[in-house]
Ligand binder design. Structure first.
Ligand SMILES: Nc1ncnc2c1ncn2[C@@H]1O[C@H](COP(=O)(O)OP(=O)(O)OP(=O)(O)O)[C@@H](O)[C@H]1O
Ligand SMILES: [Mg+2]
Length: 338
């Protein structure tokens, strides 16, 4: 497979001003040379092939957004090289902009005062799409997302989910070679998430767009990615297939967040722990009335577990969530795979 992205020893340092206190501190800060250097991305080597969908995950502050900003030409690397489809992003920004699409949760491509359809038409002109190309992509968006329902609405009045759908459509519209999606499904309900996943999958298989996706939602990764890259403290700690990651995490793994009526005693925690073997069950106290239970649902009798808890401390609320990134990262460090 031909590479479309090549990162060699890529690093990024941020200089952080050590703030002064006291009289005239603001003025002193203006002229200060007292900085601490923080390395956000550390010597990353990564090749991504044309047409891959890669999940780029890691805990908060790991360096994901910083890496994406270097890939998209927003930030200049401190060291190392970035090449995307033959372009050096921060140098070739004018030509490069047509090669890529970027959707970042916090930044908008759309024009607030225009209607959705007019916004798309502006994109068509900016990216010099032919009428035929525009019509073909709109046909796909209509088929998958019923996008024309939103055409007359002004962008300002869209719901969060509708807006995110439109952002992604606006980017896929001009057939970029690579799209970077930084937390595209954050705060969205499952029906919008599903639509977003569908359209990304289809444009990948039909138009061959390469996708780099960062998310805290592992189910996004499971639905879309064949390959997963995990970054922590600026360093890549895992780069392998989705299957390998599932093996690491346990495909049956569940996290149950339980809020109890009474305070959870040490005695209860020990009792529950004693019921199952350590590798199948992990209990993390979150507060004196909340605990997170991470378990292998294949190996642990969840009903029995909940009955015990109910009997001792009562259950106020239960929430089952997918596996958390932090849990996966811990497993990597525990050497289950490396
Ligand atoms: N402009 C900046 N100036 C100084 N430090 C920064 C800047 N941008 C990021 N950092 C620091 O670099 C590190 C990596 O941040 P980055 O935003 O890349 O993390 P992330 O993996 O995207 O995290 P999150 O999951 O929270 O979005 C953090 O320690 C952050 O505080
Ligand atoms: Mg980020």
């Amino acid at each position: 497979m031909e590479n479309i992205i090549e990162l060699k020893n890529l690093s990024k340092d941020f200089k952080i001003l050590n703030k002064k206190s006291g009289k005239f501190s603001v003025v002193k800060d203006l002229f200060s040379t007292d900085y601490t250097v923080e390395r956000a991305v550390n010597q990353i080597n990564l090749n991504i092939g044309k047409g891959e969908i890669v999940g780029f995950i890691g805990p908060n502050g790991a360096g994901k957004s910083t890496t994406i900003k270097m890939l998209t030409g927003v930030l200049v690397p401190t060291e190392g090289t970035v090449l995307v489809n033959g372009f050096i992003p921060y140098k070739h920004r004018v030509k490069y902009v047509k090669e890529i699409g970027v959707v970042m949760g916090q930044r908008s491509q759309l024009w607030w005062d225009l209607s959705v359809e007019d916004s798309f038409k502006v994109m068509k002109e900016m990216y010099e799409l032919s009428d035929a190309e525009y019509a073909e992509n709109m046909r796909i968006f209509e088929e998958e997302l019923c996008i024309s329902e939103l055409f007359d609405k002004s962008v300002r009045h869209l719901s969060l989910g509708q807006k995110m759908l439109c952002e992604i459509v606006a980017v896929l519209l001009y057939n970029p070679k690579v799209i970077f999606l930084d937390e595209p499904t954050i705060g969205l309900d499952i029906s919008v998430k599903t639509k977003i996943r569908k359209i990304i999958k289809r444009m990948n298989s039909q138009q061959g767009v390469t996708v780099i996706l960062t998310t805290h939602d592992i189910s996004d990764i499971e639905a879309l990615c064949d390959r997963v890259v995990i970054i922590d403290h600026g360093t890549i700690i895992f780069d392998d297939s989705m299957n390998k990651m599932k093996q690491l995490v346990g495909s049956e793994r569940k996290i149950i967040e339980i809020t109890t009526k009474k305070v959870i005693s040490d005695e209860l925690t020990e009792k529950i722990k004693g019921m199952f073997t350590k590798e199948h069950l992990q209990i993390n106290p979150a507060s004196n009335k909340r605990m997170d239970i991470i378990c292998d649902s294949g190996e642990v009798d969840i009903n029995e577990l909940l009955l015990q808890i109910m009997e001792y401390v009562g259950i106020e609320d239960i929430n089952t969530v997918g596996v958390k990134i932090e849990d996966i990262v811990r497993q990597v460090y525990e050497g289950n795979l490396l």
